[in-house]
Design a protein around this ligand. Structure first.
Ligand code: HEM
Length: 537
């Protein structure tokens, strides 16, 4: 009896009910064949994988980049604190890829290609095939599930189709009231800093305002983040962001099996419990309001009152939306609402804070922006709210926000995992490569924006400007997987800046060249963005 036969025979026992010893022995040749076939199959798979990997290495190593070590690649270069890492990513184009705006880096055996040139960016982002997000986005999944931002390509396409109408212009115009109301709360809060000659970080104030705005518009319920900044909900928001980032930055925390053993995991679960419960409670409440007879949308897509309130929340629209005839489940809706809250909160707050800071560095630009606001809104009380039409007329303010997003894009880096080969000039990026679009660097290409570091809103006023490559300026990304909330974000930024600028003169405390930048989920400055405010007459 061979080894296989004896093991099988003893494993099943000589007196097994269903298998006699004879049957067992007869089955061995078949088992042997099966094992042989499996072995050959595994060897073929391994050979195919190695061949694919060899091809990947060959192509990637044709791209300029730092010298690599065996196995670890450039891991030592990447293993830096967050500020230093950001510096190194930005410097990589100057060091290796000045001409083409493409450089490569190996994180262990995984290749990353950094891209900061418009034509190359277009090749990646305009593709309808390469829409798979990078692996790093998976760390958001415990919170967002597979909502729009993190969804795999297979789910994303039809989900995006369902969600696009929720950002319709008419729905946004209803939200202006929320923007204005929360912006007024922010302006009131800033009054506490009038005597603060040393200045204060404006980011936290604006972030809480933006959280209030997105929660009220997404769920239809104010969370009073500005009034109760230490509430359980606000703290859970801040904490979970910290935990996810910390995990992202520490390679050893990436495997679930390791992360689950840490106290951070337990804390993350607590935050998730608070955040998810809150969203589910909102869904249940809004469903029961709708069931009680209020129909949120009429046949012309007009908003009716829900429980006596004028504006709708995204939540109401999602409850009504159907996916190929099937209503979305509570989990589907929760994923999308949480995604809107994450996607629309820090990004917009960052854009507003950077623009305000930049306006504080240049009094002439600030006065011009205010002049336009006063002109559009006419005489009258300073605390009157602008209408949607008035906000749309503020072209110079819009140019200031666009320029803020050019110099300091809220999302400085966008990742894609290529699912098919892409040819960039003489290089091939094989499927499997992680493409990293360095938006921060792209926006400072002197060939597109002469004197690229200067804060100059005229870049976006159109008059006398050279036409730009459509992928040279992409603060909201571009192509099929661009930002679904860009109109919402731009309108909110305007409303908040109008409320602040009408009441205060703003002055930046630090010089731009003294700031230390780093990328979290959004672009940050170490120590925040410090401004001083004085009351306008
Ligand atoms: C100034 C404000 C904003 C900026 C700069 C911004 C920027 C971006 C960028 C760069 C992306 C692409 C991310 C990637 O591919 O990795 C994105 C995607 C997204 N954004 Fe925004 N965003 C802003 C406001 C908003 C708002 C207000 C919402 C929601 C209310 C929102 C919801 C989303 C969603 C759901 C996605 C994923 C879209 C998809 O994959 O189809 N964003 N945003």
């Amino acid at each position: 009896m061979g080894f296989g036969e004896s093991v099988l025979a003893s494993a099943l026992g000589a007196g097994s009910n269903s298998w006699t010893r004879q049957q067992l022995i007869e089955s061995v040749p078949r088992t042997g064949v099966l094992l042989l076939v499996s072995f050959i199959f595994a060897v073929c798979c391994l050979a195919a994988y190695l061949e694919r990997y060899r091809r990947l290495v060959r192509h990637i190593n044709c791209i300029p980049g730092p010298a690599t070590l065996p196995i670890i690649g450039n891991a030592l270069l990447i293993n830096a604190d967050r500020e230093e890492l950001f510096n190194r990513i930005i410097a990589s184009r100057k060091l290796y890829g000045r001409r083409q705006g493409i450089t490569r880096i190996w994180n262990g055996m995984t290749p990353y290609v950094l891209i900061s040139q418009a034509q190359a960016v277009e090749k990646i982002l305009s593709s309808t095939k390469n829409i798979e997000k990078g692996r790093d986005y998976e760390f958001l999944q415990p919170w967002l599930g597979t909502g729009l931002l993190t969804s795999p390509a297979s789910k994303w396409q039809h989900r995006r189709k369902i969600l696009t109408p929720t950002f319709h212009f008419r729905i946004l115009s209803d939200f202006v009231e929320v923007f204005n109301k929360q912006a007024a709360v922010l302006a009131g809060k800033l009054a506490t800093e009038l005597d603060n000659a040393a200045g204060f970080d404006c980011v936290r104030y604006i972030t809480l305002c933006s959280l209030d705005i997105i929660c009220e518009t997404a769920m239809g319920c104010p969370v009073y983040a500005q009034q109760q900044s230490d509430s359980e909900y606000v703290r859970a928001h801040e904490k979970i962001g910290e935990i996810m980032l910390n995990r992202l930055q520490k390679l050893w925390l990436h495997p679930d099996i390791v992360f689950r053993c840490t106290s951070q995991y337990r804390e993350q679960q607590k935050c998730l419990d608070i955040l998810h419960k809150f969203s589910y409670r909102m869904i249940t409440e809004r469903r029961s309001i709708i069931r009680a007879g209020h129909k949120p949308l009429d046949e012309n897509n007009n908003s009716e009152t829900v429980a006596g309130r004028k504006q709708l929340a995204f939540l109401d629209l999602l409850i009504e939306a159907s996916d190929e005839g099937r209503l979305l489940s509570d989990t589907d809706i929760r994923e999308e609402v949480d995604t809107f809250i994450l996607g629309g909160h820090d990004t917009t707050a960052t854009a507003i804070a950077w623009t305000l800071f930049l306006l504080g560095t240049d009094p002439s630009v600030q006065e011009r922006a205010l002049g336009e606001i006063e002109h559009v809104m006419g005489d009258g009380p300073r605390d009157r709210y602008p209408t949607m039409r008035e906000l749309n007329e503020m072209r110079y303010l819009e140019a200031c926000i666009k320029e803020g997003l050019r110099l300091y894009p809220s999302i400085p880096i966008i990742g894609r995992r290529l699912t098919e080969d892409v040819r960039l000039a003489e290089h091939v990026l094989p499927a499997g490569t992680n493409a990293v679009i360095v938006v921060y660097q792209l926006h400072r290409d002197p060939a597109v924006f002469p004197n690229p570091d200067r804060f100059n809103p005229d870049h976006f006023l159109g008059d006398g400007q050279r036409p730009r490559h459509p992928f040279a300026y992409i603060p909201f990304s571009a192509g099929p997987r661009n930002c679904i909330g860009q109109k919402f974000g731009a309108l909110e930024a305007k409303a908040v800046l109008v409320a602040v600028l009408r009441q205060y003169r703003v002055e930046a405390v630090d010089r731009r060249e003294d700031l230390t930048l780093y990328g979290e989920l959004v672009l940050r400055s170490k120590g925040g963005l410090r401004i001083r405010v004085t009351k306008r007459n």
